[in-house]
Design a protein around this ligand. Structure first.
Ligand code: SAM
Ligand code: SF4
Length: 363
């Protein structure tokens, strides 16, 4: 199979500034209902959305995707205007943080057009993004200027050959140049995300922390989750946070910190360094009780829980009601009713029950 280094994004969006890209008509501020907070059956308030703006990617990370992937046809993917409507409606309903993700969000044409508009939504506190870094050399200054406050950049290894094996096609040097560009662009915070994979990169956890400390940026280690059939069982590759922490403590003094970046990561500090070392531990330290987020796929499905198959399709509603907000609002509020109490990833490592790839749901 030949994989293009940057697969064409055939999702056609009008160019930035196109007059046809108008948001639906909105009521004047004084006639709007006060925001109804999005609260689920277990009393958890949703204040954070992760919006996947494409299922495509220029990498094929072997824990995330199968080698042969079929991507969605353009008609099934939210247009940028629809992405903006979804984000805007969530923000009106009380969401204060939006993460743009994918697939690789920077392979989506005119992504900056969308970011500029989401960043300006009244009530939004923070616009952030997760990227594999491959396009950051080009995009970092534009993202910062558009209003993206923080970036998470995925980096599982510092060894070029290993990087290529994990991503199947990626070029580590390009990602490191992207990281340089992001550091120069002056984001509020940068964080490396590392998925821990036994016998693949577990010998590099200390090197990765040293790398983050050397650059004065944060790093979070993620336990692998059983999402999608990637062609191999994941149970023998699982590497847990506790073992990682113990390994890091052989090199560094790590002081537990009560800090939070609004997500599930638990943080440790290294005295004398600005670097925070985080662990995202869906298996070993389940964080569902405090879950504050929902996800929207590139296909416009609202998934209230990453680990469950329950979803509300928003795309038909967006297209049936291009000028009305109420049906979309109602569908989103209804979606809170199916938010699962928690996930059960621990028992699914050999055979995933969630068949969506992470690239589909948005990490
Ligand atoms: N392409 C971008 C990137 O890689 O940062 C954004 C999308 S990616 C799906 C978001 C995050 O999910 C990445 O940090 C990636 O490493 C992580 N991820 C993907 N598949 C995963 C899995 N099965 N378990 C845990 N994390 C996963
Ligand atoms: Fe692409 Fe990100 Fe998935 Fe890797 S983890 S294949 S970069 S979407």
């Amino acid at each position: 199979m030949r994989i293009e280094s940057l697969p064409p994004d055939d999702v056609a969006d009008p160019p930035a500034g196109d007059a046809t890209l108008r948001p639906p008509q909105r009521l004047p501020t004084d006639q709007r209902q006060p925001p109804a907070p999005l609260i689920d059956r277990y009393g958890r308030q949703v204040s954070y959305i992760r919006l996947s703006i494409t299922d495509r990617c220029d990498f094929r990370c072997n824990y995330c995707m199968a080698e042969e992937m079929e991507f969605l046809p353009r008609a099934q993917v939210l247009t940028l205007e629809e992405c903006l409507r979804v984000a805007s409606t969530f923000v009106e309903l009380g969401v204060s943080k939006v993460r743009i993700t994918g697939g690789e969000p920077l392979v989506r044409h005119n992504v900056v057009w969308l970011l500029q508009r989401i960043a300006r939504l009244p009530g939004l506190r923070e616009l952030v993004m997760t990227s594999n870094g491959s396009q950051l050399e080009r995009f970092a200054p534009e993202l910062r200027a558009a209003g993206v406050r923080r970036l998470n950049i995925s980096l599982d290894t510092l060894q070029p050959e290993r990087f290529r094996q994990i991503t199947r096609v990626g070029d580590l040097a390009k990602v490191l140049r992207g990281l340089d560009a992001a550091q120069a662009a002056g984001f509020d915070r940068l964080k490396i995300n590392t998925v821990m994979i036994r016998n693949v990169n577990d010998d590099e956890l200390i090197d990765l922390v040293d790398f983050a400390v050397g650059r004065g940026i944060d790093i979070s280690f993620i336990e692998q989750m059983p999402l999608g059939d990637v062609g191999h069982a994941r149970d023998d590759r699982f590497f847990g946070s506790d073992e990682a922490l113990a390994r890091l403590q052989t090199r560094h003094v790590l002081v537990p910190s009560a800090e939070s970046s609004g997500g599930p990561a638990r943080y440790w500090r290294i005295p004398g360094s600005p670097t925070r070392v985080g662990f995202i531990s869906p298996h070993s330290h389940n964080f569902c009780d405090t879950c504050n987020r929902v996800r929207i796929t590139a296909r416009g499905e609202l998934y209230p829980c990453l680990g469950s198959n329950g979803a509300v399709p928003l795309l038909p509603i967006l297209r049936a009601h291009p000028l009305e907000e109420e049906p979309l609002r109602a569908a989103i509020i209804d979606g809170m009713g199916i938010k699962a109490k928690g996930h059960d990833f621990g028992n699914q490592m050999a055979a995933p029950q969630v068949l969506r790839f992470m690239s589909m749901t948005g990490g």
